[in-house]
Design a protein. Structure first.
Length: 439
């Protein structure tokens, strides 16, 4: 059995990092940025930091990364680099292996975080205060950028550790805990105050926070798993994906038995399936109601999951969960694709009489998350679309005065590095707004 916390991509040793960095062609220039930089949502100077690694100066390389991405070490572990910087690498377009940008970024950030001097500096205090609700990647990135500009920033989160989905909802084979504590220390050195273990869940609590702030940032992410129910949900061994992954991340993995069925087709479903193999399941089956072409999970990770032994039942719709006290199987029905729905994908249509059973000692439902509608109801004046916050994509400003938003709460869920990008946008929007005074 593979150890649960074995990383998918191990760190590079110093000599390995230097050799790998030396492969970089140092593309780009003053008039044409390198494709890898253009592909990075956080705008990291990839050739710059890779060149520093090749020159034997990983601390300088880390300083370059953190100059644009205060969560650079975490992003290096969880980014879909194959689709971003590495996918844009000129070497890949020449039919050669792309530079391992993510592994080099991890190497550089880890070195910089443990070297001593902070890789970012803070400007003098400007006597302005900002409150950030949510200590996920968007909130942390926004807070850090504002603190570096001289603001007094306080971040509030109901969890006892920072990181949001990175800490509690990303599979541990990508990132278990490190380097989040080091990155939180970097934010603290910039002047960010973290108020953790505090649930801001009343009108009075929000009013008190707002009264002491010149601007408010909503970086609240998404809420609980989507409320998808089947007959038999009450059986032992039936999980929603977020509590399941949180158990893995906090060192209390459940006994999944010999067979696991995962319902869903996104990246979380793939992570749950692959981690279930690492928990010792002999058979893991992913149940997806459409075909491979419509699957939202990253294609390369679907291929990797199948290579590891995950079985995928395409065009399969769960109907009910079967068992006496503990779940024993999932009754499913075959489907065919019909007309396209609002997402642009063809809608699955169940085929009567096609029922079959998939054995399962554990069932995990990984079908998305709900917006935090309860929290948003505490703040009148916000504009919502399908439960998500509407914010200006250029500034992060919402329809509510002095209130900005960023991250998954505005887009329904995206990558960690996209959350960082939005956090930076909100920080710039606040800075520009406060410089000229509120309209």
């Amino acid at each position: 059995m593979t150890v649960l916390l074995d990383e998918l991509v191990p760190p590079l040793a110093t000599d390995e990092a230097i050799v790998e960095a030396d492969r970089c062609l140092e593309c780009g220039g003053a008039h044409a940025p390198a494709p890898c930089v253009v592909a990075c949502p956080a705008g990291v100077d990839v050739p710059g930091f890779v060149t520093a690694v090749a020159a034997g100066d990983p601390v300088e390389a880390g300083r370059i990364v953190f100059g644009e991405n205060l969560l650079g070490g975490s992003c290096a572990r969880v980014c879909p680099a194959e689709l971003l910087c590495e996918g844009a690498c000129v070497l890949a377009h020449e039919g050669r292996r792309p530079v391992a940008v993510a592994r080099l970024q991890r190497f550089a950030c880890d070195e910089a975080l443990t070297a001593g001097p902070p890789p970012r500096r803070r400007m003098p205090f400007n006597w302005l205060r900002v409150a950030v609700i949510g200590a996920g990647p968007a909130g942390l990135a926004c807070a850090g950028e504002l603190a570096a500009l001289g603001y007094e920033v306080t971040v509030y989160d109901e969890r006892i550790e920072p990181g949001g989905l990175v800490r509690y909802a990303i599979a541990p084979y990508r990132l278990e805990r490190e380097p989040l504590p080091h990155e939180a220390r970097l934010l603290a050195e910039l002047g960010v105050h973290l108020e953790l273990g505090i649930a801001v869940d009343t009108v009075e609590a929000l009013a008190e926070i707002e009264a002491d702030a010149d601007a408010l940032v909503l970086a609240i992410g998404m809420g609980a798993d989507a409320d998808v129910r089947y007959p038999g949900d009450e059986l032992v061994g039936v999980w929603d994906s977020l509590p399941f992954i949180e158990r893995l991340k906090t060192g209390e993995p459940p006994d999944v038995g010999d067979s696991v069925a995962v319902v869903g087709g996104g990246n979380t479903a793939i992570d749950v399936a692959r981690e279930s193999l690492r928990l010792g399941a002999g058979r893991v089956t992913l149940l997806y109601r459409r075909t491979r072409e419509e699957m939202p999970a990253y294609p390369h990770e679907v291929d990797e999951a199948e290579h590891e032994g995950v079985e995928i039942e395409w065009l399969t719709v769960p109907v009910r969960l079967v068992g006496s006290e503990r779940v024993e199987a999932v009754e499913c029905r075959r489907a065919r694709l019909g007309k396209r729905d609002a997402s642009g994908r063809r809608r699955p249509e169940e085929i009567p009489g096609s029922e079959f059973l998939v054995a399962a000692d554990t069932v995990v439902k990984a079908v998305g998350q709900q917006p935090r509608s309860g929290f948003l109801a505490l703040l009148p004046g916000l504009e919502l679309a399908d439960g998500l916050l509407v914010a200006d994509p250029e500034t992060g400003r919402t329809a509510r005065r002095r209130t900005f938003a960023c991250g998954d709460a505005t887009n329904g869920g995206a990558t960690v590095v996209e959350a960082v990008r939005q956090g930076k946008i909100a920080a710039r929007g606040i800075h520009e707004e406060l410089k000229r005074g509120w309209a």
